[in-house]
Design a binder for this molecule. Structure first.
Ligand SMILES: C[S@@+](CC[C@H](N)C(=O)[O-])C[C@H]1O[C@@H](n2cnc3c(N)ncnc32)[C@H](O)[C@@H]1O
Length: 317
């Protein structure tokens, strides 16, 4: 199997997670198994790690990679990490975990897969789902979004998730074209985006379809909702002194993580004008990365994907 993905900020993530022999971990985003295998080596035969991925390709690749692995301490789960509590109960029962890692977004192998619709450079069916059987995982198809969502909604996601300045023009063009014929392939979508944006925008270093593709991928997979759903569950699953490491590649994801960590590191969440606390919220986290951690220069040179990565860590009190 030819699954290529270079793990981003692996050393930094491992330093923060600090896996020890016999400990229990969850890798919510298995991908090319980069983090999972390194953690599995450190926790040894008495430890266990659940490695989750929506993508069967990642799971099959991991099966192949660990077929000769010396310990049998990796449990693979072809699931959505938003179901982390259910998954953890199934394999670890009531046991709390020592660390959780999320390395969000998509892997290089998924982007390079000719049969998937993630890349604007390859013509493929318009399906940007991480899991292949979308209905099993509650994902929407990209084709459905592009052909059925109202123009305003399309514009909103292209602007917000893609940070695309020509969102209005792109959404308008999509609606205009789909009225003539359904849009079924990534190639057709790229043509439409090219028709929508002004000429100067087509000659930029970044392809003019990049941001729209990113927006549609985030919407197709409910990426922000999944992140919002998994974080509160992760707090409950961690043992005292257990750590959560999140690597994000998009400012909206990073904001969700930052705000959640801040909220969970405060005792009371009542509005400032309340004289007495009503919420009784107790802090559960100590934030270990007051400033976000970024990939070093050398890593960015060797793996350009790491340029946009932001790593944040919190520790359960
Ligand atoms: C950036 S890659 C992870 C790379 C991995 N850390 C490594 O070292 O190879 C992200 C992976 O997360 C998976 N993924 C994204 N959202 C998911 C979700 N909600 N549930 C499960 N897997 C998800 C993707 O399918 C992809 O394989």
């Amino acid at each position: 199997m030819n699954y290529k993905h270079i793990p981003v900020m692996l050393n930094e993530a491992l330093n923060y997670l600090d896996p020890q022999a016999g400990q229990y971990f969850i890798d919510c985003t298995l991908g090319g198994s980069g983090y999972t295998i390194e953690i599995a080596k450190k926790i040894g035969p008495k430890g266990k790690i659940i490695a989750i991925d929506l993508d069967k390709m990642a799971i099959d690749n991991a099966k192949f990679q660990i077929s000769n692995f010396k310990f049998q301490n990796i449990i693979l789960a072809n699931e959505n990490f938003k179901n982390i509590t259910k998954i953890t109960k199934k394999y670890f029962h009531k046991k709390k975990v020592d660390g959780i890692v999320l390395d969000l977004g998509l892997s290089s192998a998924q982007l390079a897969d000719r049969n998937r619709g993630f890349s604007f450079q390859l013509d493929a069916p318009l399906n940007m789902s991480f899991g292949c059987q979308m209905s099993d995982f509650g994902c929407r198809t990209t084709e459905d979004i592009v052909n059925n969502w109202k123009q305003e909604k399309l514009e909103k996601i292209i602007r917000e998730y893609g940070e695309e300045r020509f969102a209005k023009r792109i959404a308008r063009k999509i609606v205009e074209c789909r009225e003539l014929k359904s849009i079924k392939t990534t190639g057709r979508l790229v043509e439409i985006i090219n028709q929508a944006v002004p000429d100067f925008y087509k000659n930029k270093k970044i392809n003019c379809a990049t941001k729209t593709f990113q927006a549609l991928r985030i919407a197709s997979n409910n990426e922000l909702e999944n992140l919002q759903t998994v974080l509160p569950q992760a707090v409950d699953l961690l043992a005292p002194a257990g750590r959560i490491v999140v690597i994000s590649y998009h400012s909206l994801e990073d904001r969700i993580v930052k705000n959640f960590f801040r909220q969970e590191s405060r005792d009371c969440l009542c509005p400032p004008n309340y004289p007495v606390c009503q919420c009784k919220h107790k802090r559960q986290f100590k934030i270990l990365t007051r400033k976000i951690v970024r990939a070093g220069e050398e890593e960015v040179l060797n793996n350009p994907r790491s340029r946009s990565a932001k790593l944040r860590v919190a520790e359960k009190i």
